[in-house]
Design a protein around this ligand. Structure first.
Ligand code: PEP
Ligand code: CO
Length: 454
């Protein structure tokens, strides 16, 4: 994140009009039992400092614009749901490390800068397919993420508690603080990151990537010989994004940038709306229409070209480059059929979007032994399909959005470690969706780098 752009964001909304969303249909919102408690939390949040700054947000929008033109590649990754229990220094460090390692490989493969965006520092609220969960003869509200209620299946935990939003705000702030320290303090040194990747390819399971790592070695020796100042490459920009799901929280984090009079959602640099809440006339799209951040929309296989046109009208009427990313999550079996019509419609429209693939959410299955999981091969297949469609149409694949963790979890089947159904039981820790573990994440990065080169 950029030092020296700490322009003021005032809590008062003097000039710009706050986004109007309260009269619109709002899906996936918690049913808080105590309205007054909710109002108290919202008033408290409105007085608190912003978590990100307008200048940083603008820089990210510019980078995403470059990605839409093929001059950069976006890498978004992190937990499906961050949790308060795993909000530790080690957990954050390992996730940042994993993303930096992936980015180093992708930078080489794409021969362009990689825009690093953590699904971190705020990814605490989840849409659910059902409002309630039943176990035996007990029915309770579904778990909606740690910023809403607790995962434990008891009435006390499952009743939505607005004070959890204050906890989420503080944890997001401390997470950002640590990310800033890591990425500005030398931890992101390219030489160091590359040596971690050499450690990965030294493992016989990943031998096939060794020649690729050798090429990066040679490129780095060349850079050194040519006098590149590696010390100047010790700092990287790293951004934060999450799903804008909890309307009260996002609204309470909107601030006016005193330089421009524009509104920013200062809970994260980038926000996206999920597949379940992306109605062009709904409250979630309305709130993002009213702020100046770069925004994303998750786009599933039922999306029509007309839906996309209406989303562009609402979220990016003037066609500002970098403002709107479409994050496609079609499923490996459907992307090759479903994506072309949408890409063609956007091309005909003429306003730019950045196409990002989420190869996770269209490929969720339940294993025979009852785990919500995904197959590594299927994830790769959706990524391949994404590149194939864009290559065939001459359009730009702008980035990837994945669920990952830096830990050695066993949640996704397959990969070089050959995690099988029985293996899922070993370290299955996710609260919601299965994540690529550290090794699987690197494997994905090497595979994509090869696709980008090829
Ligand atoms: C998610 O990103 O965790 C998610 C719920 O995705 P989608 O909205 O694409 O289903
Ligand atoms: Co998910």
């Amino acid at each position: 994140m950029l030092a020296g752009v700490m322009n003021e964001l005032s809590a008062a909304r003097t000039g710009a009009q706050a986004p109007a969303w309260r009269h619109l249909p709002a899906l996936q919102q918690p049913a808080y039992p105590d309205e007054a408690a909710l109002a108290g939390v919202v008033a408290d949040l409105r007085r608190r400092p912003p978590l990100v700054f307008a200048g940083e947000v603008d820089s990210l929008r510019d980078l995403i614009a470059q990605a839409s033109a093929g001059d950069a590649f976006v890498l978004m990754g992190g937990d499906c749901a961050e949790s308060f229990a795993h909000n530790t220094a080690d957990n954050i460090r390992l996730k940042v490390q994993t993303i930096l390692q992936m980015a180093a490989v992708l930078t080489y493969g794409a021969s362009t800068p990689v825009v690093k965006v953590g699904r971190m520092a705020g990814q605490y609220a989840k849409p659910r397919s059902s409002d309630t969960e039943t176990r035996g003869d007990v029915t309770l509200p579904s778990f909606r993420g740690d910023s809403v209620n607790g995962h434990e299946f008891t009435p006390e935990c499952r009743i939505p508690d607005p004070t959890r939003m204050l906890d989420a705000y503080l944890r997001s702030g401390t997470t950002l603080n640590l990310i800033r320290a890591f990425t500005m303090g030398g931890y992101a040194d390219l030489r160091e990151v590359h040596s971690w990747n050499r450690g990965f390819t030294a493992n016989p399971a990943y031998k096939r990537f060794e020649s690729f790592a050798d090429e990066i070695d040679r490129a780095m020796r060349f850079m050194e010989a040519a006098g590149v100042d590696f010390d100047a490459l010790r700092q990287v920009d790293f951004y934060a994004a999450h799903e804008a799901l909890l309307l009260e929280y996002e609204d309470a984090m909107i601030r006016e940038d005193s330089r421009s009079g524009r509104l920013y959602d200062t809970s994260a640099h980038m926000l996206w709306v999920g597949e379940r809440t992306r109605e062009a006339d709904g409250a979630h799209v309305a709130i993002l229409a009213g702020v100046h951040n770069p925004v994303g929309v998750k786009v599933g296989p039922t999306t029509s070209p007309d839906d996309i046109a209406r989303l562009m009208d609402r979220l990016n009427p003037d066609g500002v480059p970098g403002r709107l990313s479409l994050i496609t999550r079609m499923g490996a079996g459907r992307i090759r059929q479903a994506l072309p019509a949408l890409v063609e419609a956007v091309r005909a429209d003429g306003r730019p979007v950045t196409w990002i693939t989420d190869p996770m959410h269209g490929n969720t299955i339940t294993s025979d032994n009852g785990y919500k999981t995904r197959r590594f091969e299927t994830i790769l297949d959706e990524i391949r399909g994404f590149f194939e469609v864009h290559r065939a149409l001459g359009t730009v694949p702008g980035g990837i959005h994945v669920e990952l963790t830096g830990d050695d979890v066993t949640e996704v089947l397959g990969g070089g470690e050959h995690i099988d159904e029985a293996g899922l039981a070993e370290h299955y820790e996710t609260l919601v969706d299965p994540r690529l573990n550290h090794q699987q994440s690197l494997e994905v990065a090497f595979e994509i780098a090869e696709m980008l080169k090829g």
